[in-house]
Design a protein around this ligand. Structure first.
Ligand code: PEP
Ligand code: MG
Length: 326
């Protein structure tokens, strides 16, 4: 990480036209609390909980999960912590005994919310643990791999069940709990207006959204050259999601790798991202960059990019913007 980025780590994250933007942190496990606190992040934008479940051959209990979530929430308070519910499957090498069988197409298979809705006891344990942790600070619950309204409603129904159970048991839960859907499957992207009525926020997972939209396996080197964010199809889809969110007053954040790409971050902001969530190694640079352009300029950049017909033209726009800002 460059020294000049670190020097400004704790400066306000505001654009040249004085708009404050949050840069949040993506975490995979609970990396040191100290590091997270000193990271300069506005909170945790994505806690991938899979590692908790993959590190041993048995699933963690509700209490074990509660301790982890509680520690994290306390560590980041008063900033919010976004806990993504279990997203096993796909590239998150499921222990074979967990999902039960080997699949020909794991990325199109039994993963994420699909797995959790069929294992509702396990899902509810996790939801209960998260709800219990919410008494210690602001918690956002994020469902992965939502592909239809039915799935979102079923997940919400289980969340309500968990909440009622805890209330009946007189277990305290927080008052600041939001629920949101990952937008990472094209079928979810096209119904963001419908999903918006059933959640408080969206988070775009560009890693999966791109692979499903472009039909390019995100881990297949042979076709990696096709896994290209500069495509008009990708940018139009992102634009559509942000627009729908805005119309329904649902903030849309971005937690896929694209948020950490210094060429793309300004475009995502110009298209309407409420905040960006990036890994620890990219946080300082993205904050540094945000302090060097205006929101107004990013909106003009977005308009220019949306008019482009080919990836090369988009790339040129993004590079020119980046050079000017830095
Ligand atoms: C994504 O798909 O962009 C995302 C953030 O989730 P993951 O990389 O964990 O699938
Ligand atoms: Mg994903």
């Amino acid at each position: 990480i460059e020294e000049r980025f670190l020097e400004e780590l704790n400066e306000p994250c505001v654009t040249l036209d004085s708009v404050e933007l949050k840069v949040m942190l993506n975490i995979e496990g609970v990396e040191g609390h100290d590091r997270m606190q000193k990271s300069g992040a506005g909170g945790i934008g994505l806690f991938r909980t899979e590692n908790l479940f993959l590190s041993s051959s048995t699933f963690p209990s509700e209490d074990e999960q509660f301790e982890v979530y509680k520690g994290l929430v306390q560590c980041m308070s008063p900033n919010p912590v976004t806990i993504r519910t279990l997203d096993l499957g796909g590239d998150k090498n499921p222990h074979r005994s967990l999902t039960g069988y080997q699949e020909a197409n794991p990325f199109m298979g039994f993963r994420g919310i699909r797995f959790c809705l069929e294992h509702s006891d396990l899902f509810k344990d996790q939801l209960r643990a998260i709800l219990r942790a919410s008494q210690f600070g602001a918690v956002k619950i994020l469902y992965p791999m939502i592909s239809s309204l039915v799935e979102l409603k079923r997940a919400n129904a289980l969340l309500e069940e968990a909440r009622k159970e805890l209330e009946a048991e007189n277990v305290p839960i927080g008052s600041d709990i939001q629920k949101g859907a990952m937008i990472e499957v094209p079928s979810a992207a096209v119904i963001t207006d419908l999903l918006a009525d059933h959640c408080d926020f969206f988070s775009i997972g560009t890693n999966d959204l791109m692979q499903y939209l472009l039909a390019v396996d995100r881990i297949n080197d042979r076709i990696a050259y096709l896994y290209e964010p500069n495509q008009p199809s990708v940018i139009r889809t992102l634009n559509f999601i942000f627009k729908q969110g805005k119309m329904r007053n649902v903030p849309v954040s971005v937690c896929g790798e694209l948020a950490a790409d210094p060429l793309f971050a300004p475009l995502l902001i110009g298209l309407g991202a409420s905040d960006l969530s990036v890994s620890l190694g990219s946080l300082a640079q993205i904050k540094y960059l945000i302090r060097r352009f205006s929101l107004h300029e990013t909106k003009l950049l977005a308009i220019r990019c949306l008019r482009c017909e080919d990836p090369e033209a988009i790339k040129k726009e993004l590079e020119a913007f980046y050079e000017k800002a830095m």
